[in-house]
Design a protein around this ligand. Sequence first.
Ligand code: ZN
Length: 188
Amino acid sequence: MNKCVVCGAQFKPLKHYPERKTCSEECLRIHMKNLVPEAFLENCFKEGNVPFNKGVPQKEWLSKEARERCSKTYIQYQENTASPLSKIEGRYLPHNTYSKGTITKRKHIHKKGKFKGKVDYEYYINIDWKGNRKPNNLYRRYLWEYYHQQDIPKGMVVYCPSTNPDDWTKENLQLITRGDLARLNRWG
Ligand SMILES: [Zn+2]
């Protein structure tokens, strides 16, 4: 039998928790409150507290300068974050935007499957075949669409039989279904 720390009553502890100090949930709540430092309870908001600016217009409790500072926290309104390209294209572009048609080479590490841990390099372009901006567009997909002057149909992928990533000839870019790709990449 254990003795309750709060009310002093005797109670039988549970099998999986023999060192239990309180008899009931109510006593536990009081015990936990006693463990918290008093300064913390004094400084925190009381139950049913109403915020000082509830229902009050922002003009009445914030100075003009502070309001202007708040409105500029949105990244779109900051002048130094806009790219010089945004004036040419007529819309907001982030400061690190590449010009149209830039090709980037990115590292890709396989996380699962047959080639787990393998390091691959893939090429990306930031436009589609019509010349509109499309970041994270795979360069081989772009090339296939550019050679054939049409969109890739839904459910189709560009497959390259050659293992050389820099082989961008028309013969190396073949269009197959996702089902065929799964069969090719099958284990074993
Ligand atoms: Zn108790």
